[in-house]
Design a protein around this ligand. Structure first.
Ligand SMILES: O=C1O[C@H](COP(=O)(O)O)[C@@H](O)[C@H](O)[C@H]1O
Length: 259
């Protein structure tokens, strides 16, 4: 029986293995970058940590990528020094930025002098976003060209965890948690209004250990797991880039990859 999807429904693209996923993800990012640079001369992207940075290896040595035009932010960050093994910034540097010619000033990490004050730290990061976005248009929330997300085994995304009060945050752009169930406990994170205002949002998930959670998120969004609450407002579009192992239990219809 054909599945009828509402307009603006998530687009699920599944690849036989993670190398094909990596290659197609790089093409998708290159296209988002080109569209943004053609339109306004810069590309605003927000990255997650966890398993995502390694999946960005298709960007290394890719002649289509115009690194000087990238402005990179972090969807969430663990409140640790920037060279700490738990830091999402450190992971992105290790797996990507140390291997490509991106200017340091185009990468917007948290302020490492504010690690002892979560309120100030998240305020300061929000101001970094305001500096990028609010001066150019008076939008209530920033409109990123692309936000890349991961999905944890409990269905969390960014540092938005199941049952947490931050799931209901409607005003702040950046908020903090000091009770993350996944260590480390202190983090800052984009809120849903920021994620859901992006032009494109793409989850990246690979491996059979993600299969059970992925079917809950895509086939049973009514359960309200944090990753199911990512619903970019029109004309924003949500994509899921997954491998067949992660998609093995999902009934939600697949879409062939096309740019
Ligand atoms: O703690 C975090 O977890 C999520 C998911 O990580 P993954 O390893 O399962 O992909 C990640 O997206 C987030 O940035 C990170 O802080």
């Amino acid at each position: 029986m054909a599945h009828h999807q509402p307009p603006n429904a998530p687009i699920l693209i599944s690849f036989p293995d993670s190398n094909e996923l990596v290659d197609s993800l790089a093409k998708f990012i290159a296209k988002a970058q080109k569209d943004a640079i053609d339109k306004k001369g810069r590309f605003t992207i927000a990255l997650s940590g966890g398993s995502l940075p390694k999946m960005l290896r298709g960007l290394i040595g890719n002649p289509q990528i115009k690194w000087a035009h990238w402005q990179v932010y972090y969807v969430d960050e663990r409140v640790v020094p920037l060279d700490h093994p738990d830091s999402n910034h450190r992971s992105c540097k290790e797996h990507l930025f140390s291997k490509v010619p991106i200017p340091d000033e185009n990468i917007h990490a948290i302020d490492p002098t504010l690690l002892n004050d979560l309120e100030e730290l998240s305020d300061a990061y929000e101001k970094t976003l305001i500096h990028e976005f609010a001066q150019k248009d008076a939008a209530r929330f920033p409109v990123f060209d692309l936000i890349l997300l991961g999905m944890g085994p409990d269905g969390h995304t960014a540092s938005l965890f199941p049952g947490h009060e931050l799931l209901a945050e409607e005003d702040r752009w950046v908020a903090y948690v000091d009770d993350s169930p996944k260590p480390p406990p202190k983090r800052i994170t984009f809120t849903y209004p920021v994620i859901n205002h992006a032009a494109r949002v793409a989850f990246v998930a690979a491996g059979k250990e993600k299969a059970e959670t992925l079917t809950t998120i895509l086939d049973h969004p009514e359960e309200g797991l944090p990753s199911s609450r990512v619903k970019p407002a029109f004309p924003g579009q949500l994509y899921w880039f997954v491998d067949d192992a992660a998609a093995s239990k999902v009934a939600f219809p697949r879409t062939p990859f096309q740019l």
